[in-house]
Write a protein that binds this ligand. Structure first.
Ligand SMILES: [Zn+2]
Length: 106
């Protein structure tokens, strides 16, 4: 079933964006909770309120690649041992890094 919407209405909304999967223009910002495996593979933590994109047309909810990289980098650069099993994206990104730069990237 196709639902027609007014093109202009979506263009004016600041929070709508293009879906990377189906190219629908109706994708919006959302926040998601994801389980994330730690780089050392010892356990997975639950990260809440991750900025995400949600698409009503294809049903995808995903994180942009740059954001996934940010989280991966952060997990590489902080001491993950004292991390709680559940925290928010912001709490995770606020943890000070113990390495001055990312040695894992060339
Ligand atoms: Zn889509």
């Amino acid at each position: 079933m196709a639902i027609r919407t007014e093109q202009d209405g979506w263009g004016l909304r600041g929070d709508s964006m293009q879906c990377a999967w189906c190219e629908s223009k109706k994708a919006t910002n959302a926040s998601a909770t994801c389980y994330w495996e730690l780089p050392d593979g010892t356990r997975a933590i639950e990260i809440m309120s991750i900025p995400s994109v949600q698409c009503p047309d294809c049903g995808m909810e995903y994180q942009e690649e740059t954001l996934v990289e940010e989280i991966e980098d952060q997990l590489m650069l902080i001491d993950t041992k004292p991390l709680p099993n559940t925290l928010t994206y912001k709490e995770l990104m606020d943890i000070p890094r113990f390495l001055k730069k990312n040695y894992f990237k060339l």
